[in-house]
Design a protein around this ligand. Structure first.
Ligand SMILES: [Zn+2]
Length: 134
């Protein structure tokens, strides 16, 4: 009989664990592919195998973009004004040969830029357009 169940690492990664009979006794361990923590160490002929089925959302959000683009402005505006700001962000980023992105935040929409200058220019636009920003 093969046992199969889900097992979550402390970092939030979820694995499907299955056990199977190995030809001989094995001494080994399984480390989380995301954080490197040891999920299990064994010294038996019943060898578990892990298959990653869900990565932690928190880590995915802390991906490359979040780390590099730390220059963010949260604006509180919606609809057409927000579309206009997206256009401005695009233009500023292009003029500064940099990248940008926007995402929903608790208090509005977060615009992030790769450099501080682009962020400053974007803040100036918010100022000019009388848009509340932080
Ligand atoms: Zn982990």
């Amino acid at each position: 009989m093969v046992e199969s169940y889900h097992r979550a690492c402390t970092c939030g990664t979820v694995y499907q664990r299955t056990e199977s009979m190995a030809p001989s006794r094995e001494i080994a361990s399984f480390e989380c592919a995301v954080c490197g923590a040891t999920l299990e160490a064994w010294n038996t002929a019943w060898v578990p195998s892990y298959r990653l089925i869900a990565e932690p959302v928190r880590l995915r959000q802390l991906g490359r973009k979040e780390v590099i683009m730390s220059h963010c402005v949260v604006v509180r505006t919606y609809g057409g004004k927000l579309d206009q700001l997206r256009g401005e962000a695009y233009r500023i980023a292009r003029d500064n040969n940099t990248d940008w992105w926007a995402e929903a935040a608790d208090t509005g929409t977060k615009f992030c830029f790769e450099n501080a200058k682009a962020k400053a220019l974007f803040s100036a636009v918010c100022e000019r357009e009388n848009v509340q920003h932080t």
